[in-house]
Design a binder for this molecule. Structure first.
Ligand code: ZN
Length: 339
């Protein structure tokens, strides 16, 4: 009960990638980079275990970015043809690759780090993949000319990868769809169909992470425009409740999301953000416990998984570790209260 987990990414060691930034350049090359990614994955598992996290992840140590880290394993994308594009309804500019032909998965993308993670932990293992709608929003299209067609092509490639990860012993596959908080009508019209296609036939637990983004300035500025109550989830949660996706990872800590919106998820698992990733302050275990108690008003304990609001890739390592320890300690406090 109240098993803790993380939304996805953790900071990388400074010997692997430049610290404190998104899209951080690698510090190694070739075979040394491949080896470094695996070493960092194992280290990340160990650090999560030491902190007391129940469902551990690869910490996304082998990916430069949560979207492009998967895309590098696909045919049909030209990474030399980079375009600067406004993403998430032009909230910020990103340098994105271009789709130049049919999307096909060349082979396993994340198997090496999934295998390494699996053999180094007996705990439940979670793995994240970008969702189709968010991929479509983070790439330039020079081939399909139709967003939905392109999303479905990505969904098929994601599905092959998800099935492979499941075979390797992954217990939870989570698709990251921050775009679901931006294009709510499109989620209903096709985003959820594409997401279900990505998860089709997967029998381990599935979840979708929908957030208000990393703690970077563009997101903090955007949040300031959303008013006193953030009700984006109100439109998407009923759509997800009717879908085959098993659970939702959402932002709750320090946010203006009305927590009663979680009731709209009906019987889905809820990975409630009890750790804020947008500031450097390390929550106390008691802060975390308060966040969990607030969520328990709307979600029963057997479906509630205390989590981080979003990925922690751009944070300092000691801050991220402190937050993980408090997450586990806070959940332990509430577990004792419920016992
Ligand atoms: Zn997120």
């Amino acid at each position: 009960m109240l098993e803790t987990t993380i939304a996805g990414s953790l900071p990388k060691p400074s010997w692997l990638a430049k610290p404190l930034m998104l899209w951080a350049p690698w510090q190694l090359e070739g075979d040394r980079l491949a080896e470094g990614k695996i070493d960092a994955t194992v280290l990340s598992i160990k650090e999560q275990e030491d902190a007391g996290i129940d469902i551990v992840s690869d910490g996304e140590q082998a990916r430069q970015h949560f979207v492009h880290g998967f895309l590098v394993g696909l045919d049909g994308i030209d990474f030399d043809k980079k375009v600067v594009m406004g993403i998430r309804k032009d909230r910020y500019k990103a340098e994105v690759p271009s789709v130049t032909g049919p999307i096909r998965r060349r082979g396993p993308v994340h198997s090496a780090e999934a295998r390494a993670a699996r053999v180094h932990t007996r705990r439940k293992l979670k793995f994240t993949l970008p969702g189709p709608m968010t991929i479509v929003d983070t790439i330039a299209d020079n081939h399909y000319g139709d967003k939905v067609k392109m999303a479905m092509a990505f969904a098929e490639a994601l599905n092959e990868e998800a099935r492979e990860l499941e075979k390797l012993g992954v217990d939870v596959i989570q698709f990251d769809e921050p775009a679901f908080n931006v294009y709510m009508d499109e989620v209903r019209d096709w985003g959820i169909v594409a997401l279900e296609r990505a998860a089709q036939g997967v029998t381990c637990k599935t979840a979708v992470h929908i957030c208000y983004g990393y703690g970077i300035k563009a997101n903090i500025d955007w949040k300031a425009t959303l008013g006193s109550e953030w009700r984006q989830y109100e439109l998407t949660f009923p759509v997800i409740a009717r879908s085959k996706i098993g659970g939702v990872s959402l932002e709750c800590a320090n946010s203006h999301v009305p927590l009663d919106l979680m009731k709209l998820l009906e019987d889905k698992d809820v990975l409630a953000g009890a750790i804020d990733v947008a500031n450097e302050r390390i929550e106390t275990p008691e802060d975390v416990a308060a966040n969990i108690r607030a969520a328990l008003k709307f979600v029963p304990a057997n479906r509630l998984y205390p989590c981080t609001n979003c990925g922690m890739a751009p944070l300092a390592r000691d801050v991220a570790m402190g937050k993980l320890k408090s997450l586990a300690a806070g959940a332990a406090i509430v577990r004792r209260e419920l016992a």
